[in-house]
Design a protein around this ligand. Structure first.
Ligand SMILES: *Cc1c(COP(=O)(O)O)cnc(C)c1O
Length: 360
């Protein structure tokens, strides 16, 4: 039975990538050892991390004004690391659109003033407040957004624009490389790899070099300064070599398949297929405002919690796994990142139709 894995993260990876990694697992390029057994300072690993960086630069069209960094600690470490480096007693604007953005704001409070310029928390993050209504701080150290809200299932379909002099920073953990955007609108973006880029264990950080130079070195430990990663090619200490290797394979795959613009078309078609079905169903419902629906994480509910649980269990028995909603919100969630093929979404909708017929 074909299995389609709808997990939110760690999430499914492209089958071709998994097979390539399997083929190279024990013996990398005939050297007799696997990549994870090799020194990060050796001849074979350096080209891997170089390729990972070159792929990221090519796919996101990143100029030399920016550094591309591989950091451990996931997206969650970036919540505090970015504030440690860039806030330093100043004021930063945060748009609160979901549990991850709220966590990011909370961490930053330790290092300066956080101005929550909008929040949809009162309505359970069912929409994204319009950036037109933001009351921005004129001289903020930065503005922070979460481009896609993995738990709530919402997304900035049009990304906001920065104001002059205030760098925009985005947590793109759950929609990085899923759609085309202009990196030059951002001072920094970051993403835990385990949704759209590879396995867990590495976070991708893209930061404008002049911002990274703002860090007060007397106050920030060596391993938590962006400049340390820039000056040492992300190898001040041992990087997560296997995670970086997998990220190189996933970005190879994306390039071979036409890059971000090509995958965006497929992602739009996948999301439209699923939301069309939801809109025409009297049984399944999605709570998210239509204009802000995520194309990566589709949240929905049946008429009852009991049926939600039955749906998740029966779907699993039919090869459609990990459809349970986040533990904080319940319900169901289908994460349909880059690696999920259209066939997986079609199989899910077929199953949803059958479940609706049997239980309505
Ligand atoms: C998953 C996720 C995180 C947390 O990522 P970790 O790598 O586990 O720290 C942060 N932000 C968003 C938007 C996420 O989807």
């Amino acid at each position: 039975m074909a299995v389609y894995n709808f997990a939110a993260g760690p999430a499914m990876l492209p089958k071709d990538v998994m097979k390539k990694a399997q083929a190279e697992f024990v013996d990398y390029k005939g050297c007799g050892s696997g990549i994870m057994e090799l020194s990060h300072r050796g001849k074979l690993f350096q080209p891997v991390i170089d390729r990972a960086e070159a792929n990221v630069r090519e796919l996101l069209n990143i100029s030399d004004d920016y550094a591309v960094l591989f950091v451990q600690g996931g997206a969650s470490l970036q919540f505090s690391m970015l504030a440690m480096n860039l806030l330093n007693g100043g004021t930063a604007d945060y748009a609160d659109t979901g549990v991850w953005s709220a966590k990011a704001a909370k961490e930053a409070q330790m290092f300066g003033n956080v101005n929550l310029i909008s929040s949809s928390k009162a309505t359970k993050y069912d929409h994204i407040p319009s950036p037109a209504d933001w009351k921005r701080t004129a001289d903020a150290a930065y503005l922070h957004i979460t481009s896609n809200n993995t738990v709530a299932g919402s997304q900035y379909i049009t990304l906001p624009k920065p104001t002059a002099g205030v760098p925009m920073i985005a947590d793109m953990s759950s929609d990085i490389m899923s759609r085309v955007f202009d990196i030059n609108d951002f001072g920094m973006i970051y993403a835990g790899a385990q949704k759209n880029l590879g396995p867990s264990g590495v976070a991708l950080v893209v930061i404008r070099k002049d911002l990274a130079a703002r860090t007060d070195n007397a106050k920030v430990p060596t391993m938590l300064r962006y400049s340390t990663y820039i000056d040492n090619g992300s190898m001040f200490n041992t990087p997560p070599t296997f995670a970086v290797y997998m990220l190189a394979l996933v970005t190879d795959w994306l390039k071979e398949n036409g890059g971000v613009a090509a995958i965006e078309k497929i992602n739009n078609a996948k999301a439209a297929y699923l939301y069309d079905f939801l809109d025409n169903s009297a049984f399944f419902k999605t709570p998210v405002a239509k204009a802000d629906r995520s194309r990566m994480n589709v949240v929905f509910r049946t008429p009852s919690e009991e049926l939600d649980a039955a749906f998740v269990a029966e779907a699993r028995a039919n090869g459609l796994t990990d459809l349970k909603g986040h533990r904080l919100v319940g319900g169901c969630r289908a994460s349909i990142y880059n690696a999920m093929p259209m066939e997986g979404v079609k199989a899910l909708v077929e199953f949803m139709k059958k479940f609706e017929q049997a239980n309505k």
